[in-house]
Design a binder for this molecule. Structure first.
Ligand SMILES: [Fe+2]
Ligand SMILES: [Fe+2]
Length: 148
């Protein structure tokens, strides 16, 4: 791998990690609200979900223009399928969060034991899994030593 591509990959890994870290902080805020209080105010849960949904939409918009979804699938066929799989998760993740936001706005109970609370926790877990999958693609890219 030449020094220019090493630099390019390292920069993408760092940038993705920073953005994911910010996004995951918002998922933790929702988790601690839903899981930490016996009866969290549904309005608070709805506000946090809305903020997360907006943040996620902006993140995905930027991310799909980033090397992970543009240069990498073009140049590294070995990663193409997994990148396509991750890309396919973007819309369902956003839809799920928006639906949960609307439901939380009307809900009387968003506690951990409620049906809504459980679905919120699943949605948060799905986001975390998605972001971890993307980070893993970038690390495999570095290992593949594929960009000359
Ligand atoms: Fe993503
Ligand atoms: Fe991401």
């Amino acid at each position: 791998m030449n020094p220019a591509s090493e630099h390019w990959i390292a920069r993408t890994i760092k940038q993705t990690a920073d953005e994911h870290s910010e996004l995951l902080a918002k998922t933790r805020a929702i988790e601690s609200l839903v899981e930490g209080m016996h009866y969290p105010p549904p309005g608070d849960v709805a506000r946090k979900l809305r903020a997360l949904a907006e943040h996620l939409a902006a993140h995905i918009d930027e991310e799909e223009k980033s090397p992970l979804y543009t240069t990498v699938p073009e140049k590294v066929p070995e990663l193409r399928d997994e990148i396509a799989l991750r890309r396919g998760e973007h819309v369902p993740l956003m839809i799920a969060l928006r639906q949960l936001t609307v439901e939380a706005e009307r809900a009387h109970d968003a506690s951990m034991a409620s049906a809504l609370g459980m679905r919120i926790r699943s949605a948060v877990a799905a986001i975390r899994q998605h972001e971890a999958g993307e980070s893993s693609i970038l690390h495999r890219l570095r290992e593949l030593d594929a960009l000359d």
